[in-house]
Ligand binder design. Structure first.
Ligand SMILES: [Zn+2]
Length: 346
């Protein structure tokens, strides 16, 4: 996906000199800072050690050709994109980066053979050049939250909406550890408007595309589209334990203490109508609409008042609907993430 994304102009990078939105950033990208970064700060040895996964040539059982089969891609100045770079040792890696000064570095899969010699293998006609390992990678992008945030939109981020990402990280990290048993999970700020999750366990790196898709499906709690007001598909007699846990341990409290107030979710007719549309019980919605259209007399925050009214109305025999509604605001968007499979590289 990293490579795909760079072609699509999306952000999937370890290095990124640009920032957007409300985050303070230098006026212009400065290549001299990038050179300085590569000269003094870039963690070559740590990166190389990580991606070798113990295949460092020091143990009899290790695969000393492992790291040399990993693809790196560089985006150079003027968007020159160079794929199939590979390095047998950290010195080569460091020298190449310092020499080329890439504006962006993408990390691709580990292939069956050295990707730099791909063409030579292709000529042999055996089709031996194929990806064999890739970390399991999830992307969460703040623009996925445009349905539930009013402070910013698109690539913009501020301190009010960034906590949505924190919540996503909590929910997904817990599920990856507790439900799937993964241990080696790395969360990385993408440099612009999102976070990436790299699951690096051996069993994650060797997942088939079908298995990756199944894991992504586990997290996908709605199957709607942009035009559907009823995105949540939490139907059935009981909620999945993953959803119950996410709701009770993270989402309910976050919704009530942060999101409700910071995003003024019920403050205007446009906003509360979006919520009412999600509730299939028309007698409840017309009851609430009636209350909300008349003048407010309370000194309490209007969002809190209306949320309490909504909860009280729905609790009369329709407690589940309240859950569904909550999930839609907090969880469906939280988990609108992409899976990244090996075949995405092509
Ligand atoms: Zn914001």
């Amino acid at each position: 996906m990293a490579i795909e994304e760079s072609e699509n102009g999306r952000e999937d990078m370890l290095i990124d000199g640009q920032k957007h939105g409300n985050v303070a950033a230098p006026d212009e990208f400065n290549v001299n800072y990038l050179k300085l970064y590569y000269a003094k700060l870039f963690p070559y040895a740590d990166m190389f050690k990580w991606m070798s996964y113990g295949n460092d040539g020091k143990h009899p059982a290790c695969d000393k050709y492992y790291i040399g089969r990993r693809e790196f891609s560089f985006t150079l100045e003027n968007d020159i994109y160079v794929r199939y770079q590979s390095f047998n040792n950290v010195v080569q890696f460091e020298n190449s980066i310092k020499e080329k000064c890439p504006f962006k570095i993408d990390i691709g899969p580990v292939y069956s053979v050295d990707p730099a010699k791909k063409n030579a293998y292709a000529q042999s006609g055996d089709n031996v050049f194929t990806p064999v390992e890739r970390e399991l990678i999830f992307d969460i992008d703040i623009s996925d939250y445009d349905d539930v945030r009013y402070c910013c939109s698109g690539a913009d981020v501020c301190l009010e909406c960034w906590p949505l990402m924190t919540i996503a990280i909590k929910v997904i990290d817990t599920a990856l550890r507790d439900d799937f048993g993964f241990k080696h999970i790395l969360w990385v700020y993408s440099g612009r408007r999102g976070v990436h999750c790299w699951v690096c366990d051996g069993k994650a790196r060797r997942l088939t595309n079908e298995q990756r898709a199944a894991i992504a499906d586990y997290f996908r709690v709605y199957k709607g589209n942009e035009n559907s007001s009823k995105k949540v598909s939490l139907t059935g007699p009981a909620l999945h334990p993953f959803l119950v846990r996410s709701y009770s341990e993270v989402l309910e409290r976050f919704f009530e203490t942060r999101l409700l107030l910071s995003q003024n979710i019920f403050s205007t007719e446009d906003r509360y109508e979006k919520i009412l549309e999600m509730i299939p019980d028309t007698s409840a919605t017309s009851d609430l609409r009636g209350k909300w259209q008349t003048k407010r007399g309370s000194k309490e925050d209007i969002n809190v008042v209306r949320w309490e009214q909504l909860k009280n109305t729905l609790q009369s025999g329709k407690y589940k609907v309240k859950l569904v509604f909550l999930f839609d605001l907090a969880l469906s968007n939280t988990l609108s993430l992409e899976n990244c499979c090996i075949s995405c590289q092509f």
